[in-house]
Design a protein around this ligand. Sequence first.
Ligand code: SDX
Length: 389
Amino acid sequence: DFGMMTYDPAFMNTASCRSSITYIDGDKGILEYRGYPIEQLAEKSTYLEVAYLLIHGELPNQKQLDEWTYQITTHTFVHENLKQFCEGFRYDAHPMGMLLATTGALSTFYPDANKIDDPEIRYSHVVRLIAKMPTLAAFAYRHARGMPYVYPDNDLNYPGNFLGMLFKMTELKYQPDPRIERALDILFILHADHEQNCSTSAVRAVGSSQVDPYSAVAAGVAALYGPLHGGANEAVLRMLRRIGTLENVPAFVEGVKNGNERLMGFGHRVYKNYDPRAKIIKKACEDVFEVTGTSPLLDIAVELEKIALEDEYFVSRKLYPNVDFYSGLIYEALGMPVDMFPVLFAIPRTSGWIAQWLEMTQDKEQKIARPRQIYTGGRTLDYVPIGDR
Ligand code: SDX
């Protein structure tokens, strides 16, 4: 809805659309999905229930939740040809690159992919995308390790089914640890939506051309792949490993302050206070480590945070831990390899992307995305023959 566009002199802080899905107050560190505080949802809800809330605008009753869960569960499988498509990728392909390709390829498997005017067909795309992302993500994981793919086990819940497709190694039924399942479910809740961030803006912009939702969500995967966005949790782990010991922390902080390093997992375009998700993830970290055993990297992360919250360089720039600072530590503890971290962001963010896409397609005043520019080039120049240049 770029008719609404108003921009401030900084130009970059442009209001691009109306939305009633997610509310953020960056100065107060507030995040609400459809008006519900993220702290309550992380403590009391499940990812599938939160996905329903984002899509439908209200919390489901038991009958609605059961129907929603049944719909998602019965759509977790992907077409056999898509599995063969994956088998054609290089083994060293980054899982996010594979997810980008397979998400976009979904549009070629459904003849009604572009029929987005029909509400029922539109809703079927919503269900398919939320249901199939864990399967595509698990295929990418197994492919990169030369392992046979594991098909969904619909007796398991949403996070458990994903863990099974990743880690099942025998014919025996996969039995995930409920504490690991719950930790992953909380991470999925925290990553589900975040207003008009880079990848969601990409989904809205591409979707505003009325392309099919699979291609629009693939644009979100592409944007999330970047190290400044969804790739940040992967970059945090690599940064903590590179620091290596507590003794190296002060030298690294000096490197940040003189511009040679970037403190990945810190800073945010909107939060100029503590990212509320980071607080919840830090607590979840401690809970998971009770199960898996702690990581020496946590001590380094806590020390980095302690220094940064007191140091003028970070305080003056309002740099606080964001959602990515601690999430990588949990993923590592859950046995996830670093290259899967952005993929773990894409799975739950699919419900936010598709909720925003749905809201946009139902907004009758929606126009095709057409951001304006501040032109800084030359004007009305005469053509110069090449011999005179
Ligand atoms: C996500 O938008 C969303 O909602 C995103 C997200 C979501 O849920 O969708 O929340 C997920 O992407 C979280 C952010 C993950 N990225 C990182 O952790 C990468 C590291 N952080 C940054 O690169 C940076 O903080 C951004 C990109 C997140 C935000 O950048 P801004 O707001 O454009 O900040 P800036 O570049 O204008 O920086 C202001 C100052 C600069 O210093 P000066 O030029 O004034 O001297 O702060 C400095 C920057 O150099 N700065 C940092 C820093 N982030 C900003 N210095 C060191 N380390 C950092 N991380």
